[in-house]
Design a protein around this ligand. Structure first.
Ligand code: NDP
Ligand code: MG
Length: 395
């Protein structure tokens, strides 16, 4: 992989970053990485949806020049909370403006959901390095995004821990890739029988045993849709067929994924479960720098276990595989239906076990019109899927 546009970190020139979704779990961790490596990074731009209090304090702390929020009203409200020289933007135009700025080298996509697809496309067209945490945009439009990245000679460096692991294991070995082992912790429901799922309080569902994450991805981890989305993410990031991506449940969350090469050698990436590690690598790639993250102590870990996932207990995993096999707009429909079904669950409109049922119904009803979808096809399919899902959630 080439990185022609960024001056090597060792030269001492600071990389200028924009963090979209800076108030969320990945966004906050990204800023802590940037603060730790403050001699190497300058935070130029930040964005949030509606959490203006946190965004305002981040703006002052990191001296961001430009920020963006969801709408004009929020932009007016945050105006008085930030230094007077700060440029305050809003909406889709605000994000597009940030990713087009000449003083931004790297854009970190830490927004949840598929709404960051358009700014992602814009960033690629503007030849920014992309540090990608958001997986939904690749699930919906992976073929388009990766094609554009190739055409524009843009690096997409994954932040998702599994994909960062695969990316690192494949460095210099891409041509020998035989198979990917995508690891999964199994989420909070791994040891719980399926018939008890609906009796669990959402607080339990949201409490992941290993990672502290935003609500949407936490529910996705409980249904294991997260792993399903990650299969699709891996398919596009590494240009590998679905049948060469295996999922392995690995509750210790130490091996973040593995690759098997043609000669049956397997490379794995191991580290403490701390998102600052893949975030830092996405920012510093291809360089590596020291950090404050936990050092693994193998004598304390003692054993690492792996098992096959249970597709009956976690139907979302199978739904994601099917959508990927069908191709076209099916993954976009899967993703949009999942976003709305998770919202329905978090708002108390559907039971936990209905999430997969609702997504399955929407996928069954979907009629793909074009096997090589355009962005317009994808946006239309997503919006149709959202409407259908909402109808099912209100029934
Ligand atoms: P959070 O929910 O914690 O944060 C989401 C961020 O995006 C917030 O800053 C939020 O702003 C902003 N946001 C939400 N919706 C919109 C919108 N429609 N337009 C603009 N901004 C919006 O999510 P996470 O940090 O957990 O996850 C972010 C992404 O990273 C997801 O795609 C997830 O799948 C992926 N990821 C996360 C991991 C993790 O450990 N958390 C690990 C691997 C991948 P506000 O605060 O104002 O609501
Ligand atoms: Mg992951």
């Amino acid at each position: 992989m080439q990185d022609n546009r960024l001056i090597c970190q060792k030269s001492g020139v600071k990389r200028r970053i924009a963090v979209l979704g800076s108030t969320g779990s990945i966004g906050v961790s990204t800023l802590s990485v940037a603060a730790f490596l403050k001699d190497r990074f300058e935070v130029v731009a930040l964005s949030a949806d509606s959490n203006i209090k946190t965004l305002a304090s981040q703006t002052s702390l990191y001296k961001a020049k430009v920020i963006s929020v969801r709408d004009e009203l929020l932009a007016k409200r945050i105006r008085s909370l930030v230094p007077p020289k700060t440029i305050v933007l809003f909406g889709a135009d605000g994000l597009n403006e940030i990713v087009s700025r000449g003083d931004v080298d790297i854009v970190v996509f830490a927004i949840s959901g598929s709404s960051c697809l358009m700014p992602l496309i814009k960033a690629i067209k503007n030849r920014k390095r992309v540090a990608l945490a958001n997986k939904e945009s690749l699930v919906s439009a992976g073929s388009i995004v990766m094609k554009l990245a190739k055409e524009n000679n843009v690096d997409i460096i994954p932040i998702d821990s599994e994909h960062s692991a695969i990316f690192q294991c494949l460095e210099g070995r891409v041509e020998f890739l035989n198979k990917i082992y995508l690891t999964a912790t199994g989420g909070p429901l791994l040891g719980i029988p399926k018939n008890k799922f609906d009796r669990l309080h959402p607080k339990f569902i949201l409490k992941h045993p290993k990672w502290k994450m935003g609500k949407k991805i936490s529910v996705d981890s409980a249904t294991m849709m997260n792993k399903g989305l990650e299969i699709i993410e891996a398919r596009w990031l590494f240009d590998v067929d679905e049948n060469r991506i295996d999922v392995l449940v690995h509750p210790e969350a130490i091996v973040h994924s593995m690759v098997e090469l043609t000669d049956r050698t397997i490379f794995a990436e191991l580290s403490a479960p701390d998102m600052c590690i893949p975030i830092q690598y996405a920012l510093t790639y291809p360089d590596r720098f020291s950090n404050m993250c936990e050092v693994l102590n193998f004598s304390k870990i003692k054993s690492l276990s792996f098992e096959e996932p249970d597709f009956k207990k976690f139907p979302c995993l199978g739904l994601a595989r099917q959508a990927l096999k069908k191709g076209g707009t099916y993954p976009a429909v899967l993703n949009a239906a999942d976003e709305e079904a998770v919202k329905g669950y978090l708002e108390g409109r559907i039971r936990f076990s209905r999430i997969s049922v609702v997504i399955e119904r929407v996928l069954e009803k979907h009629k793909d019109r074009n096997n090589i979808p355009s962005i317009v096809d994808i946006i239309e399919a997503e919006s149709w899927a959202r409407e259908e899902t909402v109808k099912l959630c209100y029934r």
